[in-house]
Ligand binder design. Sequence first.
Ligand SMILES: [Zn+2]
Ligand SMILES: [Zn+2]
Length: 342
Amino acid sequence: MKALVYEGVGQRHWKDKSHPGIEKPTDAIVRLTHTTICGTDLHILKGDVPAVEAGRTLGHEGIGIIEEVGDSVSSLKPGDQVLVSCITSCGHCDYCKQGMYAHCRDGGWILGHKIDGTQAEFVRIPHADNSLYRLPPGLDPAAALMLSDILPTGHEIGALNGEVKLGDTVAIIGAGPIGLAALLTSRFYSPARIIMIDPDENRLAVARQLGATDTVSTDPVEAIMKLTDGDGVDVAMEAVGIPESFDTCQRILRPGGKLANIGVHGRSVELRLEDLWIKNVTVRTGLVNTNTIPVLMRFLEAGGIDAQSLITHRFALNEIEQAYDVFSRAAAEKAIKVLLTA
Ligand SMILES: [Zn+2]
Ligand SMILES: [Zn+2]
């Protein structure tokens, strides 16, 4: 079979790799029909995630058809169409029992990281019963693919950690795929305003289509204070992963505000605790658990999330090197999510 293989910093190739097989009775082998590229894959290529060794197949998002299951897989069978969660979870360790699948003692984020991932013709999924979700008939698999990572991340680490509620003013710094997913899923909780901040006017236009009430491209702190009559916002979400955008979040919160950090930070940030404590501000962080996939899938099935709008580019799976070229120039190419289909 073929797979997109990481071969050291800056190097990835679509090449032959041996077909995965069942290694443990809880495994399933999935033939991928849909996959995509995540910003995290670009971080890996830059060498920011040293745990990824040369020879690793990248990718942690996918939809496919089950080809084979191990003897103890009970809820899935060959031929089932399934969504692959970016988080693998056993379902019975102490963390899994608390719903903290991200910290599963025999899983977590391992696909395309510590084991071979989903940018391939076939993938082995450990703990298949808990890590794969059967697709309801009629659900567009391209839209459902957004449930592997970005929609649960935006929902759990953005909307839920930010405790978005009826009437809130929410600011989201970063209108990339994750920021837009946070926008879509925050709308479940009916905030009065969602202000999107990004220097890229094209992404802000997409944000307005998806329900942003206000957009800001420059001087975010001044602009948000002006928009809120000097009060600041109830919820600030960081969806970039750099010190500057975290700093914007901590400067725009009103008393009692919530800061939900979604971005993946490679550098330390300055915490303005001297200003935050007296404002009763809450700061939350996290890695997605994906335990809200089932509820998000019901919304998608009912047409409550416009997930298709996030897909800007389509390629055949064997054109994945070209898709990486496009995605790595996302601003110039006006790319949000690239869809690869087999
Ligand atoms: Zn991802
Ligand atoms: Zn577990």
